[in-house]
Design a protein around this ligand. Sequence first.
Ligand code: ADP
Length: 377
Amino acid sequence: MRLLNKIPLRLRLTVLTAVVLTVICVLLTMSSVFTARQMYAVPAEEFNLSTSPTNPSMKHPPDNAMMPTSYTTDETNNNFTYASVVYMFIMIVLGTGTSYFIAGKALKPVADLSKRIETIDESKLFQRLEGFDSNDEVARLAASFNQMIRKLERSFTHQKQFAANAAHELKTPLAGMIANIEVLQLDKDPSVQEYKEVLDDTLTNAQRLSTLVYDLLKMNNAMNADVCESFDAKEMFDDIIFALSEDRKVKNVRVKNHVSDIMLFGEKALLQRAFFNLVQNAVKYNKTNEEVVITAGRNEDSVAIHIKDNGIGIPEEELESIFEPFYKVDPSRSRESGGSGLGLSIVKTIIEKHNGEIVFESEMNVFTKVTVVLPKN
Ligand code: ADP
């Protein structure tokens, strides 16, 4: 059987058909030879019976007539057996040949499909398999392949876009640093104040680079973790609020944790990172002296966490785009707050990894509310 798996499908089908055909033909030939021998044997036996002394009433045939009948019966039997075996072999050979031909015809669409698939590589992901309009397995296979290629194409485009955006984001602070240093070099006698300014600028740009690289690393880690546990949501938000002490001070934003008696299930460090980003954004994009309120609810099979701020808001038409890597509603504001535009992309990756959902609602200059729904386990 293992050997069979190594040979082409067409040959495999032919070999299997040949085996079945041979078994059937042999059985059929054996049964017909056996039946024929039985039938041809009857007259001879009857004849022998008729000559027996126990049946004297029967008429005795002439002595010379008995022997030729017996010979004829044996010879006919042998001839029949011989002819049957010859026909059996002819049938097997013809049947096997026909099955090889039919298997070739039946598998032709599969061979065509595989030839067409071989021509599609990473540079031709826009190509689709067309012309498989029948309603059979091959057409379904072609449709599935097209679907897979569509997903691959989307993912490739996404990756290319991501790499281009990442390169651009890395290039901007680097270009700033180089330009500052070059200007300083052109100045024959730079003052201490000029040195200080260039150093300050360089530090800001280096910090931006560091944030970006750190975010890229986080994004990569978000794809890889997989140890799940149950943990208390209130405690997690208390830790996050504590870790955001400095950010809160900048705009004097209060964060109220109204979560109680809610357990979350998942990769703790990842979920903590996701909620940290959301609360940080709620603080960062809030108005001065405002507050952020965190609440939670649960039903039979899921837990919902709401984070609401009274900040600058997000335009309705941008609510979907904010999850795209490097997307910033207002680039200058994000730059000011040191954001890389990767935060929500990381959050979404983490939430989707936990089979959860994330939804933003917002009204410009009034509020932004994020709802994260996670399955209980
Ligand atoms: P960044 O690191 O620049 O903050 P994010 O991916 O975290 O990037 O957010 C993407 C964009 O979504 C931000 O540039 C910001 O404009 C907007 N945004 C996110 N959260 C909020 C919020 N709570 N209020 C207003 N705008 C927000």
